[in-house]
Every structure is written in C-alpha cells, then in structure tokens.
Design a binder for this molecule. Structure first.
Ligand code: FAD
Length: 279
C-alpha cells in the first residue's frame, strides 16, 4: 500500500498543499471504511498521509483558562488526564475498548463526523473550538460549525485538524449517558451530555447536546436560554414537559441496525428530564 509518513508538521502541510491526501491518525475509522477481503490491503481513494507520529500533533496543554488537546492525541491519554473536564473523560472512557482507545484519536473522531461520534456531544457543550492549519493560514471555528453532516466537515483538503481547545466551564452539575448495546465496542444508540451551574438556587448556565439522534449532534441554544435564569423551584412538571416538547422538533432520529426512531427520541427526552430533575 502506498503511503507517506511526513517527518514533521511543516512537511505534512506542504505535502497537503500540493495534492489531495487522506490524513490517517489512528486509522480505527479509516481502516474499517476502506478494508477489503482477507489478505488484501485496504484500498484508499487517495494516498494516505500518516500523521500519528507527528509530535506537534500530540499532547494536552493548559494555557490560562483553556485546555488544548492536539488532534492526534490518543483517546486513552484524554481519559487519563485530570485537566480534562469529567464529562469528556467519561465519554471517552466509554468509547470502544482499551486497544482502540490507544490507537484512536480525538482529531479522528471529529474528522469522521459520525452522528454517533462520542466526543462530539461533550465538545458541543464545552463550546470547543477546532483549530485548522494549512500551509497558508490558520482557521478557528466552533465545533458545531465544523461538523456539517454525517462524514462531512468544514475542513478543506489542504488543512489538518491541529488542535481542539475550550475554556473549562465553572459548573456544579454534569450528566453524561451513552446508551449502547453493551459496555465495550458498542457504538451509541444515542447519547446525552449536559452541564449546568446552579448558584443560590438559580440556574446560571445550562448546556445540553444529544448524540446519534440527527445528522449532527443537537444543541439548541435558544432553548437553553429558556432554562437559564430560572429558580430551581420553577422547574416543575409543566416546565420540564415544555422544554422536552421544544426539543422534540430538533430530535430527528432514524431507524437503523442499532436502534429505532421511537426508542431514540423517547430515551433522549427522558435523559433530558433526568438531568433537569437532578438540578
Ligand atoms: C471496534 C471499534 C469500536 C469503536 N467504538 C467507538 C465508540 O464507542 N465511539 C465512537 O465515537 N467511535 C468509535 N469507533 C470509531 C473510532 O475508533 C473513533 O472515531 C476514533 O476516534 C477515530 O480516531 P482515529 O485517529 O483512529 O481516526 P482515523 O481513522 O485515522 O481518521 C478518521 C477521519 O478523521 C480524519 N482525520 C484524522 N485525524 C485528522 C487530522 N488531524 N486532521 C484532519 N483529518 C483527520 C481522517 O482523514 C478520517 O476522515 C470505534 C471503532 C472501532 C474499530
């Protein structure tokens, strides 16, 4: 199989500016996507550029209030790092199995843009930025602007995902649930990520995202705003039912081999209710 292993990031970017390559980090999505029959090497539609060896693309850093995760950092390092907010660590710890988490990277999970990508709902509620680099420029965009649809992102062919960064939020509550068929190596039927800050019985911050119930993770800030500012005592049955109703229009799951529309919608809204009640 033809492939290129650049020696450093500049070389990788220079190669990517000259023709189309497919960046390969851990390969845990790509090797499955392009596999062929037994004893045949995978068939990539463009030359693979192996980037997981690039030091510039690895590591977790803290800079002022920000946590920065370089794109080719393996999932297992994220799971183990205490600077990372618990909601993201927990989501990562429930992905795949240890061997895949040692190979698979956060940049790969984002680059794959699967509706069931498990790092995405926590990154949506953390308001994460995706930093893209090409030979010419650096671009920064919110994760929810970067993810465009199943397998589709705003990445241009000459760009590499360089890092993911977010401000660590001040929160009092978080809730993460992945609903899968079994504990290991199960892709999400659906997932829920929620964070909130409650101070003196008033909701100061409230952010939630649903995974695997629409072409991209679902986060609706207009609905979040209706929760923020409320006193806890206002979160009665009718308030919670109204918020669930508002989300109903945004949760548009499909029937597939993993689950049904009915189940996905029902359980997602139930998890929202559980989170609201937990406040
Ligand atoms: C058995 C098994 C179980 C799994 N379980 C889960 C699970 O529970 N949850 C889940 O979300 N996923 C799961 N996955 C999918 C996969 O492991 C993850 O999505 C992982 O994070 C992919 O990372 P990677 O580095 O291997 O990606 P790769 O396969 O290397 O790449 C994936 C995509 O991202 C692009 N890409 C990668 N890095 C960059 C970069 N720096 N810049 C630009 N583009 C880039 C690639 O070109 C490709 O399009 C599973 C996979 C397997 C095989």
């Amino acid at each position: 199989m033809e492939g290129v292993v650049p020696g450093n990031l500049d070389e990788a970017l220079s190669l990517m500016s000259s023709k189309k390559y497919i960046p390969v980090a851990g390969g845990t999505d790509l090797m499955v996507r392009y596999k062929r029959w037994k004893n045949l090497v995978p068939s990539f539609p463009a030359v693979p550029l192996f980037i997981s060896n690039l030091r510039e693309l690895r590591g977790i850093y803290k800079k002022e209030d920000f946590v920065i995760i370089r794109a080719a950092t393996p999932l297992s390092e994220i799971e183990a790092n205490e600077e990372i907010p618990a909601i993201l660590r927990e989501a990562v710890s429930l992905m795949a199995a240890p061997g895949i988490r040692n190979m698979g990277t956060i940049g790969g999970n984002i680059g794959n843009a699967s509706p069931a990508g498990d790092t995405l709902p926590p990154l949506y509620v953390l308001d994460a930025d995706v930093v893209l680099l090409s030979e010419k420029e650096e671009r920064v965009m919110k994760i929810y602007e970067f993810i465009k649809g199943p397998g589709k992102t705003a990445r241009k062919d000459d760009e590499i995902i360089y890092e993911i960064k977010f401000k660590v939020p001040e929160i009092t509550h978080y809730y993460y649930r992945k609903v899968g068929t079994r504990k290991a190596n199960a892709l999400s039927k659906l997932s829920f990520a929620g964070i909130a800050k409650v101070e003196k019985d008033v909701i100061k911050d409230f952010r939630i995202a649903f995974g695997a119930v629409a072409p991209t993770p679902v986060r609706v800030m207009e609905i979040e705003k209706k929760v923020i500012g409320n006193k806890i005592k206002n979160l009665d049955k009718s308030f919670i039912e109204n918020i669930k109703k508002e989300f109903e229009n945004h949760i548009k799951p499909i029937d597939d081999q993993r689950s049904t529309q009915y189940y996905r919608k029902k359980v997602s809204l139930r998890l929202l209710e559980v989170f609201l009640r937990s406040l």
